[in-house]
Design a protein around this ligand. Structure first.
Ligand code: C2E
Ligand code: CA
Ligand code: CA
Length: 338
């Protein structure tokens, strides 16, 4: 590692390079080359994550993490068949009227062995193993069925926002599946909004845009989720058939008190509107945050201020009666005589 810290002279050009080393020890970490190399590679990834230009040996914490991941993967494999997944729904409120206009479907895994597992812990693993494809399809089906029931019950054109992972989006059957599921539940395309993250576009060869166009032809809307946490450039977004920009709660958390947070959120809203996009802010917890967003012209909010994610059967009753009073930016119950 030290040898590589000084520049290398190549035809008079000073080239800077660095190396990152991972190591494993026999017989402690393994007794054959494959196992040892795998451990060394894990150690190298850890070293790299710590900034690189260093050397790490495989250790107890990496062993523990690898075991945990293997266990999680094992349990995740049968979870769909064992019916361990459920969806929670978080209402989305229109700021002009203060009324709920839809909801976001959020996946929940209740493992009999591990208890409730947060999606932040298992979604990435499910993506790595492609399990996200059948799981994601189950989410689409379930969310559309629920939405169809609510629309009928409340007689409102509510929409459902559904998170779609990159692996799922790039599956060649995706567009067909969406179309079939919408038809089965007699829903128009614009009843759903597919939430994609910016990571989807990393190293994309144009297929994503093609898939988006096919979806847009069915009326399906596309939102960019967790905006600002990834790598999207404005230039990229401009050329995509996108309808909505969703501001991550990271940027909402410190508004309106923190000046930097305020400036960033404001800029995002102005920019999105400049591109003709709809803006949704997530993680809105306080009336002050809501007021700030209202003043900036944000279109929709979602967060604990109005409601945390709820089981599907509790949503219609809530949506029928609870609004956000835009004068005070506080939730209020409409009188039961509608
Ligand atoms: P996300 O899409 O950014 O979802 C918003 C997260 O913020 C949810 O976490 C939600 O419960 C949480 N949240 C909402 N309002 C508030 C608030 O006022 N305060 C705070 N502190 N948090 C709030 P959750 O349910 O744990 O989901 C985490 C992530 O897992 C989601 O982030 C999404 O990226 C992913 N995910 C969830 N369901 C699915 C799914 O069906 N498919 C895929 N591919 N990913 C999913
Ligand atoms: Ca989302
Ligand atoms: Ca987010």
């Amino acid at each position: 590692v030290k040898a590589f810290t000084s520049a290398i002279d190549i035809q008079g050009q000073q080239m800077h390079t660095s190396i990152t080393v991972g190591g494993a020890l026999a017989p402690l970490d393994g007794r054959d080359a494959d196992t040892l190399l795998r451990c060394a590679d894990t150690a190298r990834s850890h070293a790299k994550a710590e900034g690189g230009s260093t050397c790490r040996f495989y250790d107890e914490s990496m062993r523990r993490r690898a075991l945990e991941t293997a266990q999680l993967d094992n349990l995740l494999r049968g979870a769909l068949e064992r019916n361990e997944f459920a969806l929670a729904y978080q209402p989305v409120v229109d700021l002009a009227s203060g009324r709920p206009i839809g909801a976001e479907a959020l996946l929940r895994w209740n493992s009999p062995v591990l208890g409730p597992v947060s999606p932040d812990r298992f979604i990435q693993l499910a993506e790595e193993t492609s399990l996200i494809v059948p799981i994601g399809e189950w989410v689409l089906e379930q969310a559309c069925r629920e939405l169809s029931a609510w629309r009928e019950m409340l007689n409102l054109p509510l929409h459902m926002a559904i998170n779609v992972s990159s692996r799922q989006f790039h599956d060649y059957r995706f567009v067909d599946r969406v179309q079939t599921i919408l038809q089965n539940h007699e829903l128009p395309g614009d009843a759903i909004v597919l939430e994609l993250t910016e990571r989807l576009f990393l190293g994309d060869d144009g297929t994503s845009v093609e898939v988006m166009r096919e979806l847009a032809e069915q009326g399906v809307r596309i939102a960019i989720d967790d905006f600002g946490t990834g790598y999207s450039s404005l230039g990229v977004l401009k050329h995509m058939p996108i309808d909505t920009l969703k501001i991550d709660r990271l940027f909402i958390r410190n508004t309106p008190d923190d000046g930097d947070a305020q400036a960033i959120a404001k800029a995002m809203i102005v920019m999105a509107h400049g591109l003709g996009l709809h803006v949704v802010a997530e993680g809105v917890e306080t009336p002050a945050q809501c007021r700030f967003l209202l003043e900036q012209g944000c279109d929709e909010v979602q967060g604990h201020l109005y409601s945390p994610p709820l089981p599907g059967d509790e949503v219609p009753a809530l949506m029928a009666r609870r609004t956000i009073d835009v004068r005070y930016c506080a939730p209020t119950w409409a009188s039961s005589t509608k």
